[in-house]
Design a protein around this ligand. Structure first.
Ligand code: FES
Length: 576
């Protein structure tokens, strides 16, 4: 980097500690109150470790120790580490959806960094929304930042079968409903599917986003693929602690790292991983915090250029532990070299191409070569048409290829409760070629755009052996889910998007190769229905939910709050 190294008077924390006035007396005496001697903090970069540890977040159970290991590295490099708890978004427990709270964690992270004497940030996250949320906040604050990913948990196991988070829950739940396994089998699966700390070990949102973020240069190279219980993981944490101190002196910030090229690197990674559809929403939201303009069409055009190389569930056969042993993300990125911007900067201070030196692939079945991909094009497709004027998304690598061009009659559920009440009714008029539609599951309708998008197959069809159907909603879908599920329809039905106008029996057409999503109803008839449509009343009369409802943007804009998009810089806090 061509920047001058900072002197200690240039540190942001100098304003709190270095001057000699009434307020700085308080800052120093209160640091001493915590037991730190002057030589332990004076003149050192203050490193804020934002820790999303919580007993309501099973994916982050190891973060108390990891924070200590980051601190070890910070001390070694001459920094002063301070750990700060941040809102933890535990995917399994938070209702109605962690997505409702992603922007709250983003604001928490940004304001914690702004209001305190922090010079550099280490972000501990990994469970789904925690990764984009922490980074959205840190990008807006733009202090030197390293992301430390939680790492995937170990493989699940049941009677000799390997179990994957999420994917095998859906699979065996369908088998239980179809009567093919017993309650006691289901209970044993519950005992064996999550057997160590770490995030979901399928290619869900967590593995996708931590990998994407590493490819964008925001974690140390190799960090994202290390399983949480592996001893390489704490060593990566302490290395991140050492590196962030140097980044502060070098003044290497997210704004030096995030360019159109680094966002492309992130998108290409998500595509080659067969990654979660959630990555679109999160990457658009992250870009919205920078001057980079990222439209959904960019995902589609890059998707046509790169194949799916990671043979990891739900698109493939293996799990993240296998992916790590096969060379991990570094191995996969070497296979993508010709598509990547290798000059893009990384937190190591080296461009991506240099950071990848020495990487290799050790199992060609887990990380496929370009000439033997798992799927010939990237796993995500952007659809448009009269049913989704602002776009919709499908993960076609995890869908039944026979359904990728399909026409069928709609079976419409007005909301989740309607679907839960009727989907398994023997009286439901539905056939294997029907198209199931769920309304009111979007950013405002859900609210929080819950991961309901893998709509259940009606029980009577399950019993006939049907395992996939075309399903359409304005919801999101867990990255561990699969099936021919069209998601993120924008604008959503809650605000009068065309999904709200579809009626039972209308013919709906999905054409993934043509990137189209249409309802075969005339424009005049849709207009007539639009006049008769009434907007549902808001869910939240007060509180955070009311603020969310007033400011959240639609899926194609990343569902960030409108007032958090990049713009004029916010002044540093006055110290008096
Ligand atoms: Fe935390 Fe899946 S539940 S990543």
């Amino acid at each position: 980097m061509s920047k001058h190294r900072k002197r200690h008077e240039d540190l942001r924390s100098y304003r709190w500690y270095g001057v000699n006035d009434l307020r700085s007396f308080g800052h120093r005496s209160r640091t001493k109150q915590m037991g730190y001697a002057e030589e332990e903090y004076a003149g050192r970069p203050v490193i804020g470790i934002l820790n999303t540890w919580s007993e309501m977040n099973p994916c982050h159970t190891h973060f108390r120790e990891r924070a200590e290991q980051v601190k070890r590295g910070v001390w070694q490099a001459g920094g002063f580490p301070v750990e700060m708890p941040a809102l933890s978004l535990g995917e399994p427990f938070m209702k109605p959806s962690t997505m409702l709270y992603r922007n709250l964690l983003a604001m928490d992270a940004e304001e914690l960094l702004r209001a305190n004497p922090i010079d550099g940030a280490v972000l501990l996250g990994g469970c789904d929304k925690t990764t984009p949320a922490l980074l959205m906040g840190a990008i807006s604050m733009d202090l030197p930042t390293i992301f430390v990913p939680a790492g995937p948990m170990l493989r699940g196991s049941w009677r000799g079968e390997t179990l994957g988070s999420g994917s095998d829950v859906w699979k065996y739940w369908a088998e239980l409903r179809a009567g093919n396994i017993e309650e006691e089998d289901w209970k044993e699966i519950e005992d064996g599917i999550a057997r160590s700390p770490g995030h979901c070990m399928t290619m869900g949102t967590a593995s996708t986003m931590t990998s994407v973020v590493e490819a964008m240069g925001l974690s140390l190279s190799g960090a994202a693929s290390i399983p949480a219980p592996d001893s390489n993981h704490p060593r990566m944490a302490s290395a991140s602690g050492r590196r962030i101190v140097e980044m502060v002196w070098e003044d290497l910030k997210p704004s030096d790292i995030l360019t159109a090229g680094s966002f492309d690197n992130g998108i290409l990674t998500a595509l080659a991983l067969g990654g979660s559809t959630n990555s679109l929403v999160h990457l658009v939201a992250m870009a919205g915090r920078t001057p980079v303009r990222l439209a959904l069409d960019r995902f589609d055009s890059l998707s046509r250029q790169v194949p799916v190389l990671a043979n990891v569930r739900p698109s493939g056969a293996y799990l993240m532990e296998d992916f790590y042993y096969a060379g991990g993300l570094r191995g996969l990125l070497t296979r993508l070299r010709e598509h990547l911007d290798l000059e893009a900067m990384t937190v190591s201070g080296q461009p991506l191409g240099q950071a990848l030196e020495g990487a290799g692939v050790y199992n060609d079945d887990v990380i496929r070569p370009l000439d033997n991909p798992l799927f010939p094009e990237g796993g995500l497709a952007l659809l448009r048409g009269n049913l989704a004027p602002d776009g919709a998304v499908i993960k076609h690598s995890a869908a039944d290829p026979a359904l990728l061009q399909h026409k069928g009659p709609a079976v419409v559920f007005k909301d989740y409760n309607d679907m839960a009440a009727r989907i398994d009714s023997p009286d439901l008029e539905v056939m294997a070629d029907s198209v199931i539609i769920l309304c009111n599951a979007g950013p405002l309708g859900g609210p929080g755009m819950p991961e309901w998008g893998m709509l259940p197959i009606p029980q009577k069809l399950l019993q006939q052996g049907v395992r996939d159907m075309v399903r359409i909603s304005d919801a999101r879908m867990s990255g561990t889910s699969y099936g021919t599920c069209v998601l993120h329809v924008a604008p959503e039905s809650h605000v009068g998007g065309p999904l709200a106008l579809v009626q039972d029996g209308d013919i709906v057409e999905l054409d993934v190769p043509g990137r189209r999503l249409e309802v075969h109803v005339s424009a005049e008839e849709l207009d007539r229905r639009r006049q008769a449509w009434k907007q549902p009343s808001p869910t939240y009369p007060r509180g955070y939910g009311a603020m969310y409802s007033r400011h959240v943007t639609q899926a194609d804009k990343g569902c960030d709050f409108d007032y958090l998009h990049s713009g004029a810089s916010i002044p540093e806090p006055e110290i008096h």
